[in-house]
Design a protein around this ligand. Structure first.
Ligand code: NDP
Length: 509
């Protein structure tokens, strides 16, 4: 390992240096193999964002050793003191919010307002978890025996392996690393290969905030090599993964063989229900934002609209007229509504589903890759809507992860509930209605981890649990104090100060 690699902030401002290092034991360093890969701007692939270390299992091994070395000191640092480092990190992110947002838009394409929101989520969770340093509640409860105390405390698991996708390249790593670190774990972080620059900038700020050397280690490189080495390591006690369902299932098998703690946040096929009494203008706003925000590449994106037939035509007319006017372009341009997809492979995948959709439903708008004029060198796809889609059609069942919306007409509220729940995913759902009773039924009936009333399927806040039912995950939650459950072990402690043997369940009869 050498430490010739430049710091990300230097590199980002120097045109002649474009190679970024891993960050291991507090040092920016080249990988063992010396191989690198490129990150390019998906809005214009001629633009090179940077070159990054093509990490190997050997690099992961070094990161794990560094995390292991830092662990005794960090876990014994009082939690409120750990929280203070998180506060400093949150404040630094706030100071650098615009720089981080611009870098994000350049690397993965989302429009700048959304990129700012992504960074803000990171700030929010940093401050929330900083506060957990002074809470981290356990239970103190009465004992069934006299002169005896009973209480439970949370303790860190050890080394946390953090594997993240590209669609929220600041928010998701922060959602995972902040609770892991405040709880006293150390971290080995492997970001998506599409967004290593965002990860490097983030980790640089973490170091500046004062996370001690070895508490946070960044290894870039391919999932099959770097991610797999993290999952397979017997020294990594907990893995938190967000990404595709297929990847998550493979990780679950491998982690399961080692009885490793594993938090999974996977795919979604989220539905918005529009009942006949809904405010259709509001519903249209919510649908467009949820379906085409982040170019449909959110795990909480709405990809199905389940609408009662009396308002079908009226809703379709509004959606068609508004969706066809959405402006595609570079995310930095404030006039842009929809940025590019992440990659050529994503364009191909979306186009494949659109071809399927032409057989299954009725194309209302969009339906093609967009590459005219300024879009010629990017991965753009038109916002696309299909109507008259049947609930079990492939485009209504499979996660497309792009700007494709299926409209499923239904005859009643009960039929709408059946359709919402007729999917193997269970992340987010929403209902538009003016009927309070119907809204409460939906809150009760939808089988999803998030339910919105008179809002779209996106917009989670960091102080409530975030995650999905069914195949969206494995029961863990991010955000809120529930996030601490992933990264801590419970310890129940009994203190007997009676001075004699007292047997629970026996001597209190
Ligand atoms: P992937 O599953 O392809 O990748 C996610 C991460 O896993 C990347 O860092 C990737 O590395 C890594 N990885 C890939 N293969 C392996 C492996 N064999 N072992 C360990 N790690 C591996 O997902 P995407 O990045 O394409 O993200 C899109 C998916 O994420 C969508 O399905 C979406 O629904 C889901 N998602 C879910 C969210 C939720 O909270 N439920 C939130 C956001 C996204 P590399 O990049 O090098 O391939």
């Amino acid at each position: 390992m050498t430490d010739t690699a430049a710091r990300p902030s230097e590199t980002a401002t120097r045109a002649d240096v474009t190679t970024f290092g891993h960050f291991i034991a507090g040092e920016w360093c080249d990988g063992v193999s010396g191989a690198t890969f490129e990150s390019r701007n998906p809005a214009d692939t001629r633009e090179l964002v940077g070159r990054f270390q093509q990490g190997s299992a050997a690099d992961v091994g070094m990161a794990i050793r560094a995390a292991e070395a830092a662990l005794p000191m960090w876990r014994r640092t009082p939690a409120p003191k750990r929280g203070e480092v998180l506060y400093r990190f949150g404040a630094l992110m706030a100071e650098h919010k615009e720089r981080l947002a611009q870098a994000m838009t350049r690397e993965m394409g989302k429009v700048i307002a959304e990129a700012r929101g992504d960074v803000q989520e990171g700030i929010d969770i940093a401050f929330l978890m900083a506060g957990e340093g002074r809470r981290m509640f356990g239970d103190t409860v009465p004992s069934e025996l006299p002169d005896k105390w009973a209480m439970s405390i949370r303790q860190p698991i050890g080394i946390a392996g953090i594997i993240t996708p590209w669609n929220f390249p600041i928010a998701i790593p922060c959602w995972k690393m902040m609770p892991a670190l405040v709880a006293g774990n150390t971290v080995v972080f492997k970001p998506a290969s599409d967004t290593p620059h965002c990860a490097a900038l983030l980790v640089e700020l973490m170091a500046e905030a004062g996370f001690p050397a070895g508490t946070v280690n960044l290894v870039t490189g391919a999932g099959a090599e770097v991610g797999n080495a993290i999952v397979e390591s017997p020294d990594v006690g907990v893995v938190s993964f967000t990404g595709a369902s297929a990847t998550g299932k493979g990780i679950a098998e491998r982690a399961g063989r080692r009885l490793k703690r594993l938090s999974l946040e996977l795919g979604g096929k989220n539905a918005i229900v529009v009942l006949a009494d809904a405010d259709l203008d509001l519903a249209t706003d919510g649908i467009l934002w949820s379906a085409f925000g982040t170019t449909g590449q959110r795990c909480t994106a709405a990809s199905r609209v389940v609408v009662e037939r009396p308002v079908l035509d009226e809703l379709l007319a509004r959606l068609e007229s508004r969706a066809s006017r959405l402006r595609l372009g570079r995310g930095e341009d404030p006039a842009t509504d929809v940025g590019p997809l992440i990659s050529a492979a994503a364009v191909e995948k979306v186009a494949g589903y659109v071809a399927i959709g032409r057989d299954e439903g009725e194309l209302i708008t969009g339906g093609a890759a967009a590459n005219g004029g300024d879009l010629a060198h990017g991965h753009f796809f038109e916002p696309t809507i299909f109507s008259n889609v049947k609930p079990m059609d492939r485009i209504a069942q499979e996660e497309i992860f792009g700007p494709v919306l299926s409209i499923v007409p239904v005859g009643s509220y009960d039929e709408a509930v059946t359709v919402v729940n007729q999917t193997r995913y269970g992340l987010s759902s929403s209902v538009f209605t003016r009927d309070a009773n119907a809204a409460f039924r939906a809150m009760r009936d939808f089988e999803t981890g998030l339910v919105y009333v008179n809002a779209g399927t996106i917009g989670a806040e960091t102080h409530l649990p975030f995650g999905g039912w069914k195949e969206t995950g494995n029961g863990h939650r991010e955000a809120g104090h529930a996030a601490l459950d992933t990264y801590t072990e419970w310890k129940s402690i009994y203190v007997d100060f009676s001075g004699r043997l007292q047997r629970a369940q026996i001597d209190n009869q």
